[in-house]
Design a protein around this ligand. Structure first.
Ligand code: ATP
Ligand code: MG
Length: 236
């Protein structure tokens, strides 16, 4: 069953249409990759799913219409969005960033338990708790952004280019953690990525966007395994 679904989703900035009727299905418990060249609409699709841009069409979460809800309301339903550029607040400490992530959880015990769980994935958070997030390395900031989003116990997490600007070995580590979060905690993941090879290896299903439309979609293994498709749609 689809946990999150877009039907004929359009989005516009000012007067210009950027998404032209996207259909997208994210199965409960799956990892979905959104691929495509610069400017193809990956970021806008994530924004359209989370109330960050003007849309028309349908967005269904758990079969409930959520199109048009403001971002805070979408977050409260259990949809976390880690935006492009990570969205961590550099002048706030690691601890403050994490507690901002937990704003939808009022129960102190629950957010403490959540923190303990995340420390299992990111043990370095403990020693860096009181440091401003701005002093962390790029990879650590990306991990903090993911940890912050997970503090709200989301059912689905949307990630916008988590690999951006990071060394391959760090990307590998982050993707391994994402896989664990998906498999063990059952968090559904939607990941927009330039690094198509890495994203296809992680995801169950992939959508390739071209100028605001879905050009091709299907099981990631089929896309990764078909050289002709890969060359024409993903350029590798
Ligand atoms: N705030 C904005 N105002 C006007 N146009 C925008 C805005 N943000 C994005 N666009 C345009 O919308 C289109 C899709 O952009 P989007 O950022 O969704 O692409 P993307 O696939 O995420 O690209 P990238 O790989 O570079 O991150 C582009 O043509 C872009 O110029
Ligand atoms: Mg983008």
């Amino acid at each position: 069953m689809a946990l999150l679904e877009a039907r004929k989703l359009y989005a516009r900035y000012g007067e210009s249409d950027v998404l032209h009727g996207i259909d997208l299905e994210v199965a409960q418990g799956s990892i979905v990759a959104l691929l495509g060249a610069n400017g193809s609409g990956k970021t806008t699709t994530l924004r359209a799913l989370t109330g960050g841009v003007r849309t028309s069409g349908n967005v269904l979460f758990d079969d409930r219409e959520i199109a048009g809800l403001p971002p805070e309301a979408v977050a409260r339903l259990g949809i976390a969005h880690v935006p492009e550029g990570r969205g961590t607040l550099g002048s706030f400490t690691v601890r403050e960033n994490l507690s901002m992530g937990a704003y939808t959880i009022k129960d102190g015990k629950r957010s403490k338990a959540r923190y303990e769980k995340l420390v299992g994935y990111f043990p370095w958070l403990v020693d860096r708790r009181e440091q401003p997030a701005g002093l962390l390395s790029g990879g650590e900031q990306q991990m903090l952004a993911i940890a912050r989003a997970l503090m709200m116990e989301p059912r689905v997490i949307l990630l916008d280019e988590p690999s951006l600007g990071l060394a391959p070995i760090i990307v590998k580590r982050i993707f391994e953690i994402l896989r664990t979060i998906n498999r063990e905690d059952g968090v559904t993941i939607v990941i927009a990525e330039q690094d198509a090879a890495a994203a296809l290896a992680l995801a169950d299903t992939a959508y390739v966007l071209e100028v605001g439309r879905v050009a091709i979609s299907g099981p990631s293994a089929d896309l990764a395994g078909n050289e002709q498709l890969r060359k024409s749609y993903l350029g590798y």
